[in-house]
Each structure stands twice: as C-alpha cells, then as structure tokens.
Design a protein around this ligand. Structure first.
Ligand code: PGA
Length: 261
C-alpha cells in the first residue's frame, strides 16, 4: 500500500558553510545531470550567499531550485554584512529561515524569524522555516510545547493565503549532524501534534493540510525511505549528505522509489 500523496514532496540540500563558488558549481552541474529526469519531486540546493549567483546560473532552466540560508528582512540599508530579500531573489527562489545553528550561534529568535518570514513572502520567496527542540527539551517531554511555540512565533500576523506558501522543516537539534535521527514514527507524531495541529488552530484544517513539512537531522540515502513514507512528512532538509552528488542523488532516488512517484 503506497502513501496517499496530498502535497508535492520537496527535498532540499542545506550546504551550510561549505563550498567555494567553483566547488558549488561542480556539485550543481553534477546534480543537474543525475537528477535531470526528476519532475515528481520539488528539489532545491541552499548555498552560501557567495555561490548563489553562480549556482543560480548553473541550474537555470533545470528542475533544481536555489535557496539562500538566511537573509535580513529589510530591502536595503546600512546593515553591514547582511543580504536582503532583493539580493536573494536575483538568483534564488527559496530561503532557509531560523535554522537551529542561526538560533544557537547568531541570535536568531522567533521574532526575527517572523520578520524574515513576512519579508520572504512579500518578495515571492518560498521560506523554509526550521523548528525543533534540544535534547534536554526532548528528554523533559517539552517537545510539543516548545515546537508549538516556535510555530506560533513564526506565523504571527501571517494570513492563511500566505501560510500555505511556507515550507516547514522539523529538525530535532540533537539529530543535526550527529548521525542520530528521530524515529520516523516520533517525527511523524511530533509533526502532527506540534505543527499540523497548531496550524489547524491558527488557520483551519484545509490550510494546515496544504503546508509541506520536511524532516531534517542526519537524513541519509539509507534512511530517507523510512521518513518519506510517513503520512505527515513531505520531504527532507539535508545537510551533510547534500554535499556530494552521489549521496544527494541517492536520497532523491530512494524517496521517489519509496513513494512510487
Ligand atoms: P544534517 O543537517 O543532515 O547534516 O544532520 C541537517 C540540517 O541542519 O538542516
């Protein structure tokens, strides 16, 4: 019995602070070839800001989109070191917002994620909003409350019409880059209770049912299938395994095979 697919599956790579321009172009060129025939799944690579232009040019006309990993919420101004939505959208269609590494190391808060989310939507960029609990919160049984509060913070003042354009990435912090993963069943349960049900309360069931939720945290070729077949999981945000043509390609192909799409 296959999974009934309600939302277009979406797998994105998060290159983090890896890849010079030349390395990023080489990776993008490889993926453009190996994934040329993929049309049933939405695909994107989120590159360092310095590689957005070159990777954007490399992937133009392919089915693989491009995303940034962060941006500021203003169009322009005296904000040294930041990049604006206008700059991102010259080359990219997506932007990751609120990744746990930005929350942990760079002072990102639910309030700044909300401002960035509204700016992304206003500029026609698809935000990939990351949420997830720490190991301590997980052990203390606080996951659903905490992720629910991140959700309410992110969506403050966002209309239902805009909310359906958002992609969420549920990433338990303790599973990122560690080789540990949530079990697919736990991830599915938390996405239902802390994300889908919160969206239903904020909007309605139809809106909640239209929003895609990725799982992230040590996704690899050999575990992708187990996650993608879960009813609440619509794809993945992949860090380490997105840095090589072979492993990212295998993740996408394994997801396609598991869903028979
Ligand atoms: P990982 O990273 O796949 O290396 O665990 C995922 C992420 O941080 O988005």
């Amino acid at each position: 019995m296959g999974k009934q697919i309600m939302r277009k599956p979406f797998i994105a790579g998060n290159w983090k602070m890896y890849k010079t321009v030349a390395e990023g172009v080489a990776l993008a060129e490889g993926l453009k070839q190996t994934l040329a025939d993929v049309t049933t799944m939405e695909l994107a690579v989120c590159t360092p800001a310095t590689a957005l232009m070159a990777v954007g040019q490399t992937l133009a006309g392919s089915h693989i989109g491009v995303g940034a990993q962060n941006m500021f919420w203003k169009d322009e101004g005296a904000f040294t070191g930041e990049i604006s939505p206008l700059m991102v959208k010259e080359w990219a269609q997506y932007v990751i917002l609120g990744h746990s590494e930005r929350r942990q190391f760079f002072g990102e808060t639910d309030e700044t994620v909300n401002l960035k989310l509204k700016a992304a939507l206003a500029h026609g960029l698809t935000p990939i909003v990351c949420i997830g609990e720490s190991l301590d919160q997980n052990k203390a049984g606080e996951t659903v409350d905490f992720v629910g509060s991140q959700m309410r913070g992110a969506f403050t003042g966002v209309s239902a019409g805009d909310a359906v354009k958002v992609v969420l990435a549920y990433e338990p912090i303790w599973a990122i880059g560690t080789g540990l993963t949530a079990t697919p069943e736990d991830a599915n349960r938390i996405i239902k209770a802390a994300i889908r049900d919160v969206l239903t309360a904020l909007y309605d069931a139809e809106t909640a049912g239209a929003i895609r939720v990725q799982y992230g945290g040590s996704v690899k070729p050999d575990n992708m299938a187990d996650f993608i077949v879960m009813p609440e999981i619509d794809g993945a945000l992949v860090g380490g395994a997105s840095l090589k043509v072979d492993s990212f390609t295998a993740i996408v192909k394994n997801a396609i095979a598991a869903l028979s799409v």
